[in-house]
Design a protein around this ligand. Structure first.
Ligand code: NAP
Length: 301
């Protein structure tokens, strides 16, 4: 297949490029820095310039079988008013522009696989959440609803649209795990707040596998891409401490957490017990359903 990625240079995208190319697909990218993308990702067949929020992507980039849309301003860092605007606009306007270009392209792809996040659900206590549940309240639910709605615009063009609500992707190279490792290694990775909030974690390899299944399969709608066994944050902290050989008994002080994670600091306090119900029903298999083996694999312990 010929597959176009946005956000190919990111934590998830760069691994996906490698996997798709390894499977024999032709992978191209839209990037704000196509030269940097080509240099960083030797598996890319081609890359075009696109700055989401400023213009529609070049139409020739859409001569492909499927588009995987991952681009968006990182949610990590301090959430100033300007940063929140970038988080929302890069996704809402960016996705609208992408769908507009698909509408205008002489050769249209057949599928759009668009990233979303468990941020969709907001704060939900102990409720078990599946894909059919309504969105929560707050900034991240607002972003995810706007992002998904924009992606669904491609349905009217006849595309198969699959939205992937990803959980907290565990990867020692970045994201929540990568950023919090220094604290955990210092023995400060203990409970955050009550520690009773549910963390919808997922091993990075299971995310890539779900994306490959989404691109090459026939499913449409929404998939939660989260491990089948979410854990409470306190259990996550204890398990991580055990894997690192650093008992995580001391609660992470809120100020230290904010220092390391910036505005991201509120996200780990939210409880979202998301379950991959529709994704598993559609045949997605999670190689890493349990946290401890997943962390041991990721941290080589
Ligand atoms: N990692 C997670 O735990 C997680 C969980 C749930 C959902 N997600 C979502 O999945 C997607 C990919 O995640 P990731 O962790 O791989 O993200 P990432 O490492 O932050 O990469 C995102 C990519 O988007 C592009 N980008 C960055 N800022 C942008 C902006 N202001 N406007 C437009 N494009 C911008 C960049 O590509 P170029 O520089 O090449 O343009 C970047 O490589 C994101 O949309 C993220 O919100 C991630």
């Amino acid at each position: 297949m010929r597959i176009l990625l946005t956000g190919a240079t990111g934590l998830i995208g760069s691994r996906l490029v490698q996997r798709l190319a390894g499977l024999g697909h032709t992978v191209t990218a839209l990037s704000r820095s196509p030269d940097r993308a080509r240099a960083a990702l030797p598996d890319l067949d081609d890359a075009w310039l696109w700055r989401p929020g400023e213009a529609t992507p070049p139409l020739q980039s859409l001569a492909c079988d499927a588009v995987v849309h991952l681009a968006g301003e990182s949610v990590a860092g301090r959430w100033s008013a300007a940063k929140k605007q970038r988080i929302l606009e890069s996704r809402r306007e960016g996705t609208r522009e992408l769908v507009q270009a698909i509408a205008d392209a002489p050769d249209r792809p057949a599928a759009l696989i668009s990233a979303s996040a468990v941020g969709y659900y907001g704060e939900r206590g102990d409720a078990e959440l599946q894909e059919s549940d309504p969105p929560g309240e707050g900034f991240l639910p607002e972003v995810c609803v706007a992002w998904e709605r924009a992606a669904q615009g491609a349905e009217a063009l006849g595309l198969r649209v699959l939205r992937l609500r990803m959980g907290l992707v565990l990867d020692p190279d970045g994201g929540l795990l990568g950023e919090s490792l220094p604290l955990a290694r210092a023995g400060l990775g203990g409970p955050l707040g009550s520690g009773r909030q549910w963390w919808p974690w997922v091993h990075r390899d299971d995310v890539i596998a779900a994306m490959v299944a989404g691109v090459t399969g026939t499913a449409a709608g929404v998939w939660n891409v989260t491990a089948p066994q979410p854990v409470r944050q306190g259990d996550f902290a204890r398990t991580l401490g055990r894997v690192l050989g650093r008992p995580a008994v001391l609660p992470a002080p809120a100020f230290a957490l904010r220092l390391v994670l910036g505005g991201f600091a509120d996200e780990p306090l939210l409880s979202r017990r998301a379950l991959p119900v529709a994704s598993q029903a559609d045949g997605v298999r999670f190689a890493w359903p349990e946290l401890e083996p997943a962390l041991r694999d990721l941290l080589d312990r």
